[in-house]
Design a protein around this ligand. Structure first.
Ligand SMILES: NC(=O)c1ccc[n+]([C@@H]2O[C@H](COP(=O)([O-])OP(=O)(O)OC[C@H]3O[C@@H](n4cnc5c(N)ncnc54)[C@H](OP(=O)(O)O)[C@@H]3O)[C@@H](O)[C@H]2O)c1
Length: 262
């Protein structure tokens, strides 16, 4: 029998999860949102009907909308259903506060690469050994790498792996801005940068088992050469420290969101 997955909210992340899982033979999907979206799965106009349909209920709304959703969900029959929440900064205890401690709740932190089955996703649950929780963990493994984590680690994990794609792209964007000196179109520049990032990823992939990242950087650096000059600037101006500041800012924001649970 097919497992029924229902999304409450169908924005960027729900779309990406659906994209990553839509070819799974044993899963059926539907969603509920205030407005119908352009997607070829059943749409329910009432949350109650979506919850009746679903075995697994995904909370796919923004953090500030979650309390409203949980207030409504609380009134509905949720017996035996699994609740999955990727909502940033909202703890299992926060969700239990509305749905009770009996409810199986799984908190995850994926990123948009779930669409290509290349997410890095953290996992925590109030019943981690429950067979249904284990099944969700295996499903997340299909969407990339999944790792079980204490909830205390979610804030840093969110900064590195949830927001990470945006930070890495911001870095690539700096390269692009620098390359404006060339008389090339934006599309051509993107193509070159894509090749650079893919080449770097393959270099990392092929060598990471036997070499540290420091060693891989060293292999590209000749003494007194151009890379050396750039890396010297990197160290002298503590670019790494500033970049860690970016990650700290994201982590602090996540911590703040977790504490201000209204
Ligand atoms: N995007 C990411 O990369 C990412 C990564 C990790 C975690 N997350 C988490 O995933 C959650 C969703 O993020 P997102 O980027 O997908 O957000 P999004 O694109 O803004 O989507 C939110 C969805 O919620 C629906 N919605 C809002 N209020 C609603 C209500 N009262 N009842 C029913 N549906 C409602 C919206 O549709 P209508 O307006 O039509 O109702 C929309 O489909 C967030 O909590 C975020 O922290 C996102």
């Amino acid at each position: 029998m097919k497992v029924k997955h229902g999304f409450i909210g169908f924005g960027n992340l729900a779309k990406a999860v659906y994209q990553g899982l839509k070819d799974e033979a044993d899963i059926e999907f539907a969603y509920y949102a205030r407005n119908r979206k352009e997607v070829d799965i059943p749409f329910y106009e009432r949350m109650e009907d979506l919850v009746t349909f679903a075995d697994v209920v995904w909370l796919m709304v923004k953090p500030q909308d979650l309390s409203l959703i949980l207030g409504e969900l609380k009134q509905l029959n949720r017996a035996g259903k699994t609740i999955v929440s990727p909502v940033a900064g909202r703890t299992i205890a926060y969700i239990e506060h509305y749905l009770g401690t009996e409810q199986l709740i799984i908190r995850i932190m994926p990123n948009l690469a779930v669409a290509y089955r290349k997410s890095v996703t953290s996992f925590a649950s109030n019943y981690p050994d429950n067979i249904k929780a284990v099944e969700i963990f295996h499903l997340l493994e299909k969407l990339g790498k999944a790792v079980a984590l204490e909830e205390g680690g979610f804030d840093l994990f969110t900064a590195v792996f949830g927001s990470g794609p945006a930070f890495i792209l911001s870095f690539i964007h700096i390269f692009k801005e620098k390359m404006q000196e060339f008389n090339l179109s934006g599309e051509q520049l993107d193509g070159l940068l894509l090749e650079l990032t893919q080449g770097t990823t393959i270099y990392f992939t092929q060598n990471q088992k036997n070499h540290s990242i420091e060693q891989l950087i060293k292999n590209i650096t000749s003494k007194g050469g151009t890379t050396q000059a750039g890396l010297d600037y990197f160290r002298t101006h503590e670019i790494g420290k500033h970049f860690k500041g970016v990650l700290d800012a994201a982590r602090n924001r996540s911590e703040k969101m977790s504490k201000n649970e209204d």
